[in-house]
Each structure stands twice: as C-alpha cells, then as structure tokens.
Design a protein around this ligand. Structure first.
Ligand SMILES: C[S@@+](CC[C@H](N)C(=O)[O-])C[C@H]1O[C@@H](n2cnc3c(N)ncnc32)[C@H](O)[C@@H]1O
Length: 222
C-alpha cells in the first residue's frame, strides 16, 4: 500500500482535532506492539468513526470478526449501551490473549467475549445454537473470507442491524480487473455481494490513512 505523506497529513489533522489521547487505547497499542502483533488495527480516526456509528445505532449486542489486540473491540464496546455485549472472533490464540488483557483494562460495564477459532466455524455454530441477533457486526478478519462471512452473519442479524466491514477499497486495487492480489480479490467479491444483496442497503465510505481504504456500511432491510 502506498505511503502518501499528503494523505497522512490529512489523517493526522483529523486525528489531532477529534481523537484526543486515551491512556487505555494508547496502552492497547503499546501492549500489542510489545507482544509482536502486526500493526494492522483500524486507525484512531476510523475507530472513532466506528464508535460513533455504533452509538448512533443504539446497539446492545455487537459481533466482531477479527479481534487482533482488541483495539477496534474497545471502540465498539465503549459505544454500546450499558450492559451491552461484544462477541469477538479471533483465529490466533496469542492475539486473543493480548486482546483480553487490553480490553479488561479499557472497557467497563460491557461484557466482551473473545472466542478463539476460525470465524466461519464459529459463525455456523452460533447460528445453529440459536444465538440472539446482533445489532452491529464489524467484519475485519482475512479479506478472502469476507463474502463468506457476509452470508454467515446474516442469520445472526435482524432487520435494522448495521454491518460494517474494513479495508474494502485497498487504495483502489478493488477497481482493477482482475484485482491484483488475494486480499483485493476478497474485498472485490465482498463489495459486489454487498451491492447486489436483496436484504441489504449499503455504501462504502473512503477512509484516509497514508493511502485510501474504505469502510463498508450496510443495513439489513429485511
Ligand atoms: C485486521 S486484524 C483485526 C484488527 C482489529 N479488528 C482492530 O482493528 O483492532 C485481522 C485479525 O483477524 C484474524 N483472523 C484471520 N483469519 C481469521 C479467521 N479465519 N477467523 C478468525 N480470525 C481470523 C487475524 O489473526 C487478525 O488478528
């Protein structure tokens, strides 16, 4: 992904104005780095945006696919109504362990359940066990899995559920025919499925970092 100082300057401008330093979130990033996790979490500005969207939706129950160190989980959990619940799915047990520590130090009054394993299997098991519907879903795991995750989360939603998905523009690589790599191809397939889905109304919001990525927003209509 390109490292464009002009875009990075715009991102820094918004962050400095709207995302004040937060000791628990800063500690989350330091703990993740010290534990050797890759720095692939949402940006502070995107975390703030996701938190605002979750709060706007009045959500009590959130589902996240792709926990990493629990940075986005924290933004989501803090935006839920008191007594809310986050279920977050993570393949890597080390990531999950780091996340549990950081989340415990940053989140109050909301239950966060970090579940280790393959997200596709977890989603199928949740549907089979009659898990209550979620008010918000955030998809942010392996990009080739995105279109499949979209299908698997729908039985876990209700009309009005907000579905968010990160990294869906990939600096424009999704517009190439064919997409240049497996991640772009995954996002490309997801975007097409999202746009065409009869039960979803959706759009993509560009997100500026030091390149341009995108956050997909969809509402379950029926
Ligand atoms: C981009 S990171 C998540 C970042 C996190 N949402 C944040 O912004 O703080 C993607 C995470 O998905 C996890 N992952 C990858 N494939 C997965 C799978 N099949 N099932 C569950 N988690 C998976 C990775 O281990 C990684 O921790």
């Amino acid at each position: 992904m390109r490292d464009d100082p002009h875009l990075a300057r715009i991102d820094a401008y918004v962050e400095q104005l709207f995302v004040p330093a937060d000791p628990a979130l800063d500690a989350n990033l330091r703990r993740a780095e010290a534990a050797g996790l890759p720095s692939i979490q949402v940006s502070p500005v995107e975390g703030k945006l996701i938190g605002l969207l979750v709060r706007l939706s009045g959500a009590r129950r959130a589902l996240e696919i792709g926990t990493l160190g629990g940075y986005s989980t924290t933004w989501i959990a803090r935006a839920l109504v008191p007594g809310g619940v986050v279920v977050t799915l993570e393949l890597d047990p080390h990531h999950a362990e780091v996340a549990r520590h950081s989340i415990a130090a940053a989140v109050d009054g909301v239950t966060v359940d970090v579940r280790v394993g393959r997200a596709d299997e977890a989603l199928q098991a949740m549907a089979a066990s009659g898990e209550l519907p979620f008010d918000v879903v955030f998809i942010d795991a392996d990009k080739p899995g995105y279109a499949r995750y979209l299908e698997l989360v729908l039985p876990l939603t209700r009309p009005g559920t907000l579905i968010l998905a990160d990294n869906v523009l990939r600096d424009g690589a999704v517009a190439d025919e064919p997409p240049p790599d497996a991640n772009a191809a995954g996002a490309h397939a997801f975007n097409r499925a999202l746009a065409a889905h009869p039960r979803l109304e959706a759009v993509i919001l560009p997100v500026i970092r030091d390149y341009v990525d995108g956050l997909a927003l969809a509402i379950v209509t029926g």
